[in-house]
Write a protein that binds this ligand. Structure first.
Ligand code: ADP
Length: 260
Protein backbone atom coordinates (compact mmCIF):
# COMPACT_ATOMS: atom_id res chain seq x y z
CA UNK A 1 0.00 0.00 0.00
CA UNK A 2 2.85 2.34 0.87
CA UNK A 3 4.38 1.66 -2.53
CA UNK A 4 1.08 2.55 -4.19
CA UNK A 5 0.86 5.84 -2.30
CA UNK A 6 4.41 6.66 -3.21
CA UNK A 7 3.69 5.99 -6.85
CA UNK A 8 0.67 8.30 -6.79
CA UNK A 9 2.66 11.03 -5.06
CA UNK A 10 5.45 10.68 -7.59
CA UNK A 11 3.04 10.85 -10.51
CA UNK A 12 1.53 14.01 -9.08
CA UNK A 13 4.96 15.53 -8.73
CA UNK A 14 5.85 14.70 -12.32
CA UNK A 15 2.58 16.11 -13.63
CA UNK A 16 2.84 19.34 -11.66
CA UNK A 17 6.42 19.73 -12.82
CA UNK A 18 5.44 19.25 -16.44
CA UNK A 19 2.65 21.78 -16.03
CA UNK A 20 5.00 24.33 -14.48
CA UNK A 21 7.49 23.79 -17.28
CA UNK A 22 4.82 24.25 -19.93
CA UNK A 23 3.63 27.47 -18.26
CA UNK A 24 7.19 28.78 -18.07
CA UNK A 25 7.74 27.93 -21.69
CA UNK A 26 4.62 29.80 -22.68
CA UNK A 27 5.70 32.81 -20.67
CA UNK A 28 9.11 32.75 -22.31
CA UNK A 29 7.56 32.60 -25.73
CA UNK A 30 5.27 35.51 -24.89
CA UNK A 31 8.12 37.69 -23.70
CA UNK A 32 10.13 36.79 -26.80
CA UNK A 33 7.22 37.88 -28.94
CA UNK A 34 6.93 41.11 -26.98
CA UNK A 35 10.62 41.77 -27.46
CA UNK A 36 10.27 41.22 -31.20
CA UNK A 37 7.27 43.50 -31.39
CA UNK A 38 9.23 46.14 -29.50
CA UNK A 39 12.26 45.82 -31.77
CA UNK A 40 9.98 46.09 -34.76
CA UNK A 41 8.20 49.23 -33.59
CA UNK A 42 11.41 50.85 -32.33
CA UNK A 43 13.28 50.26 -35.56
CA UNK A 44 10.34 51.45 -37.58
CA UNK A 45 10.05 54.65 -35.55
CA UNK A 46 13.79 55.28 -35.69
CA UNK A 47 13.88 55.18 -39.45
CA UNK A 48 11.78 58.28 -39.93
CA UNK A 49 13.84 60.86 -37.99
CA UNK A 50 16.95 59.29 -39.48
CA UNK A 51 15.61 59.90 -42.96
CA UNK A 52 15.16 63.56 -41.95
CA UNK A 53 18.71 63.84 -40.66
CA UNK A 54 20.04 62.29 -43.83
CA UNK A 55 18.03 64.65 -45.99
CA UNK A 56 19.16 67.80 -44.19
CA UNK A 57 22.77 66.66 -44.02
CA UNK A 58 22.73 65.98 -47.75
CA UNK A 59 21.30 69.41 -48.32
CA UNK A 60 24.00 71.04 -46.18
CA UNK A 61 26.73 69.02 -47.88
CA UNK A 62 25.57 70.22 -51.28
CA UNK A 63 25.60 73.83 -50.19
CA UNK A 64 28.92 73.43 -48.40
CA UNK A 65 30.66 73.11 -51.75
CA UNK A 66 30.72 76.89 -52.01
CA UNK A 67 32.28 78.59 -49.04
CA UNK A 68 32.84 76.11 -46.21
CA UNK A 69 36.21 75.20 -44.68
CA UNK A 70 37.61 71.71 -45.15
CA UNK A 71 37.10 70.61 -41.56
CA UNK A 72 33.38 71.33 -41.61
CA UNK A 73 33.04 69.54 -44.94
CA UNK A 74 34.71 66.49 -43.49
CA UNK A 75 32.46 66.50 -40.47
CA UNK A 76 29.44 66.79 -42.67
CA UNK A 77 30.47 63.80 -44.71
CA UNK A 78 31.02 61.90 -41.43
CA UNK A 79 27.43 62.71 -40.47
CA UNK A 80 26.27 61.35 -43.80
CA UNK A 81 28.36 58.20 -43.46
CA UNK A 82 27.10 57.62 -39.94
CA UNK A 83 23.46 58.01 -40.92
CA UNK A 84 23.94 55.40 -43.64
CA UNK A 85 25.56 53.09 -41.08
CA UNK A 86 22.74 53.67 -38.62
CA UNK A 87 20.22 52.92 -41.32
CA UNK A 88 21.82 49.55 -41.98
CA UNK A 89 21.82 48.78 -38.24
CA UNK A 90 18.14 49.62 -38.03
CA UNK A 91 17.43 47.46 -41.06
CA UNK A 92 19.29 44.60 -39.37
CA UNK A 93 17.16 45.05 -36.25
CA UNK A 94 14.01 44.99 -38.40
CA UNK A 95 15.19 41.82 -40.09
CA UNK A 96 15.97 40.24 -36.72
CA UNK A 97 12.57 41.14 -35.26
CA UNK A 98 10.82 39.64 -38.28
CA UNK A 99 12.43 36.21 -38.07
CA UNK A 100 10.06 34.77 -35.51
CA UNK A 101 6.91 36.58 -36.59
CA UNK A 102 5.71 34.31 -39.33
CA UNK A 103 6.42 30.96 -37.70
CA UNK A 104 8.17 28.10 -39.45
CA UNK A 105 7.13 26.30 -42.62
CA UNK A 106 8.57 22.86 -42.15
CA UNK A 107 9.19 20.70 -45.21
CA UNK A 108 11.55 17.98 -46.39
CA UNK A 109 14.46 19.63 -48.12
CA UNK A 110 17.37 18.09 -50.00
CA UNK A 111 20.43 19.37 -48.11
CA UNK A 112 22.52 19.46 -51.30
CA UNK A 113 20.01 21.73 -53.00
CA UNK A 114 19.89 23.98 -49.99
CA UNK A 115 23.67 24.38 -49.90
CA UNK A 116 23.76 24.96 -53.66
CA UNK A 117 21.15 27.71 -53.29
CA UNK A 118 23.08 29.33 -50.44
CA UNK A 119 26.28 29.27 -52.51
CA UNK A 120 24.42 30.78 -55.45
CA UNK A 121 23.25 33.64 -53.27
CA UNK A 122 26.88 34.20 -52.26
CA UNK A 123 28.04 33.96 -55.88
CA UNK A 124 29.68 37.33 -56.35
CA UNK A 125 31.43 37.35 -53.02
CA UNK A 126 32.79 33.87 -53.59
CA UNK A 127 34.60 34.94 -56.72
CA UNK A 128 35.97 37.97 -54.97
CA UNK A 129 37.50 35.93 -52.16
CA UNK A 130 38.56 32.96 -54.35
CA UNK A 131 37.53 30.60 -51.65
CA UNK A 132 37.61 26.84 -52.09
CA UNK A 133 34.32 25.20 -51.13
CA UNK A 134 34.62 21.67 -49.77
CA UNK A 135 31.68 19.32 -49.43
CA UNK A 136 33.20 15.99 -48.32
CA UNK A 137 30.04 13.94 -48.79
CA UNK A 138 26.49 14.48 -50.03
CA UNK A 139 24.15 16.06 -47.53
CA UNK A 140 21.06 14.29 -46.20
CA UNK A 141 17.43 15.33 -46.45
CA UNK A 142 16.43 17.82 -43.77
CA UNK A 143 13.12 18.59 -42.15
CA UNK A 144 13.22 22.36 -41.81
CA UNK A 145 12.05 25.77 -42.99
CA UNK A 146 13.80 26.01 -46.34
CA UNK A 147 14.08 29.80 -46.59
CA UNK A 148 15.22 30.28 -43.01
CA UNK A 149 17.82 27.53 -43.01
CA UNK A 150 19.16 28.78 -46.31
CA UNK A 151 19.62 32.11 -44.56
CA UNK A 152 21.51 30.33 -41.77
CA UNK A 153 23.85 28.76 -44.32
CA UNK A 154 24.34 32.05 -46.16
CA UNK A 155 25.27 33.80 -42.91
CA UNK A 156 27.63 31.08 -41.67
CA UNK A 157 29.34 30.57 -45.04
CA UNK A 158 29.70 34.29 -45.60
CA UNK A 159 31.32 34.69 -42.16
CA UNK A 160 33.59 31.72 -42.87
CA UNK A 161 34.70 33.46 -46.06
CA UNK A 162 35.06 36.87 -44.44
CA UNK A 163 36.99 36.16 -41.24
CA UNK A 164 39.98 34.62 -42.94
CA UNK A 165 43.29 36.16 -43.89
CA UNK A 166 45.08 33.23 -45.49
CA UNK A 167 46.27 32.89 -49.05
CA UNK A 168 44.62 29.49 -49.47
CA UNK A 169 41.20 29.72 -47.89
CA UNK A 170 38.59 27.03 -47.73
CA UNK A 171 35.15 26.48 -46.27
CA UNK A 172 33.87 23.01 -45.59
CA UNK A 173 30.16 22.23 -45.34
CA UNK A 174 29.32 18.88 -43.86
CA UNK A 175 27.26 16.92 -41.37
CA UNK A 176 27.57 14.59 -38.44
CA UNK A 177 25.53 11.44 -38.00
CA UNK A 178 22.79 11.56 -35.38
CA UNK A 179 23.19 9.46 -32.25
CA UNK A 180 20.51 8.10 -29.97
CA UNK A 181 20.70 11.34 -27.95
CA UNK A 182 21.62 14.01 -30.52
CA UNK A 183 19.97 14.80 -33.82
CA UNK A 184 21.91 15.19 -37.03
CA UNK A 185 24.20 18.21 -36.96
CA UNK A 186 25.27 20.30 -39.93
CA UNK A 187 28.50 22.21 -39.76
CA UNK A 188 30.34 25.02 -41.54
CA UNK A 189 34.11 24.92 -41.00
CA UNK A 190 36.76 27.42 -42.04
CA UNK A 191 40.53 27.77 -41.83
CA UNK A 192 40.18 31.39 -40.77
CA UNK A 193 41.29 33.58 -37.88
CA UNK A 194 39.46 31.65 -35.16
CA UNK A 195 37.36 32.76 -32.16
CA UNK A 196 38.41 32.82 -28.51
CA UNK A 197 36.29 30.48 -26.34
CA UNK A 198 35.20 33.36 -24.11
CA UNK A 199 33.33 34.83 -27.10
CA UNK A 200 31.57 31.61 -28.10
CA UNK A 201 28.28 32.71 -26.50
CA UNK A 202 28.60 36.45 -26.94
CA UNK A 203 28.83 36.54 -30.71
CA UNK A 204 25.28 35.22 -31.01
CA UNK A 205 23.98 38.41 -29.38
CA UNK A 206 22.68 41.04 -31.74
CA UNK A 207 25.22 43.72 -32.79
CA UNK A 208 28.09 41.95 -31.04
CA UNK A 209 31.19 42.16 -33.24
CA UNK A 210 34.73 41.19 -32.37
CA UNK A 211 36.50 42.92 -35.20
CA UNK A 212 36.60 46.54 -36.29
CA UNK A 213 35.18 47.56 -39.59
CA UNK A 214 38.61 48.60 -40.82
CA UNK A 215 39.85 45.06 -40.52
CA UNK A 216 36.88 43.26 -42.08
CA UNK A 217 34.50 45.39 -44.09
CA UNK A 218 30.74 45.19 -43.98
CA UNK A 219 28.53 43.45 -41.47
CA UNK A 220 26.24 44.73 -38.79
CA UNK A 221 26.65 42.06 -36.14
CA UNK A 222 23.10 40.79 -36.65
CA UNK A 223 23.92 37.73 -38.77
CA UNK A 224 24.64 35.27 -35.98
CA UNK A 225 21.75 36.56 -33.84
CA UNK A 226 19.43 35.75 -36.73
CA UNK A 227 21.12 32.37 -37.20
CA UNK A 228 20.61 31.48 -33.54
CA UNK A 229 17.00 32.56 -33.62
CA UNK A 230 16.24 30.33 -36.59
CA UNK A 231 18.00 27.38 -34.94
CA UNK A 232 16.10 28.02 -31.68
CA UNK A 233 12.80 28.14 -33.56
CA UNK A 234 13.55 24.65 -34.91
CA UNK A 235 14.23 23.47 -31.36
CA UNK A 236 17.87 22.97 -32.32
CA UNK A 237 21.18 24.06 -30.84
CA UNK A 238 24.20 25.88 -32.22
CA UNK A 239 27.76 25.68 -30.91
CA UNK A 240 31.28 26.56 -31.87
CA UNK A 241 34.55 24.71 -31.95
CA UNK A 242 37.54 26.92 -32.71
CA UNK A 243 41.28 27.26 -32.37
CA UNK A 244 42.79 30.73 -32.73
CA UNK A 245 44.79 31.04 -35.93
CA UNK A 246 43.60 27.69 -37.21
CA UNK A 247 39.90 28.06 -37.86
CA UNK A 248 36.36 27.70 -36.57
CA UNK A 249 33.52 25.25 -36.93
CA UNK A 250 29.89 26.21 -36.40
CA UNK A 251 27.72 23.16 -35.69
CA UNK A 252 23.94 23.31 -35.58
CA UNK A 253 21.02 20.93 -35.22
CA UNK A 254 17.45 21.49 -36.39
CA UNK A 255 15.55 19.33 -33.93
CA UNK A 256 15.38 18.98 -30.16
CA UNK A 257 17.81 16.65 -28.38
CA UNK A 258 16.23 13.46 -27.24
CA UNK A 259 15.65 13.45 -23.50
CA UNK A 260 15.49 9.66 -23.33
P1 ADP B 1 28.97 40.49 -38.71
O1 ADP B 1 27.92 41.22 -39.46
O2 ADP B 1 29.90 41.37 -37.95
O3 ADP B 1 29.69 39.44 -39.53
P2 ADP B 1 27.83 38.28 -37.18
O4 ADP B 1 26.71 38.32 -36.21
O5 ADP B 1 27.64 37.43 -38.41
O6 ADP B 1 28.12 39.77 -37.56
O7 ADP B 1 29.14 37.82 -36.42
C1 ADP B 1 29.48 38.43 -35.19
C2 ADP B 1 30.99 38.47 -34.99
O8 ADP B 1 31.49 37.15 -34.77
C3 ADP B 1 31.76 38.97 -36.21
O9 ADP B 1 31.82 40.39 -36.20
C4 ADP B 1 33.11 38.32 -36.02
O10 ADP B 1 33.88 39.10 -35.13
C5 ADP B 1 32.79 37.01 -35.32
N1 ADP B 1 32.75 35.85 -36.26
C6 ADP B 1 31.66 35.34 -36.87
N2 ADP B 1 31.96 34.28 -37.65
C7 ADP B 1 33.30 34.09 -37.53
C8 ADP B 1 34.23 33.15 -38.09
N3 ADP B 1 33.84 32.17 -38.93
N4 ADP B 1 35.54 33.27 -37.72
C9 ADP B 1 35.93 34.25 -36.87
N5 ADP B 1 35.11 35.17 -36.32
C10 ADP B 1 33.80 35.10 -36.65
Amino acid sequence: EAAGLLRVALMELVVSHAERLAALNQELQRSNEELDAFAYVASHDLKEPLRGIHKYATHLAERAAEGTDEESKERLSSVLRLTVRMDSLINALLLFSRVGRTGLRLERVDGNELVAEALDLLGGRREETRIEIRIPRPLPTLLCDRVRVREVLVNLISNAMKYNQREARWVEIGWREPTSATPLALYVRDNGIGIKPRYFDQIFKIFKRLHGRDEFTGGTGAGLAIVKKVVDLHGGRIWIDSVMGEGSTFFFTLAPESTA
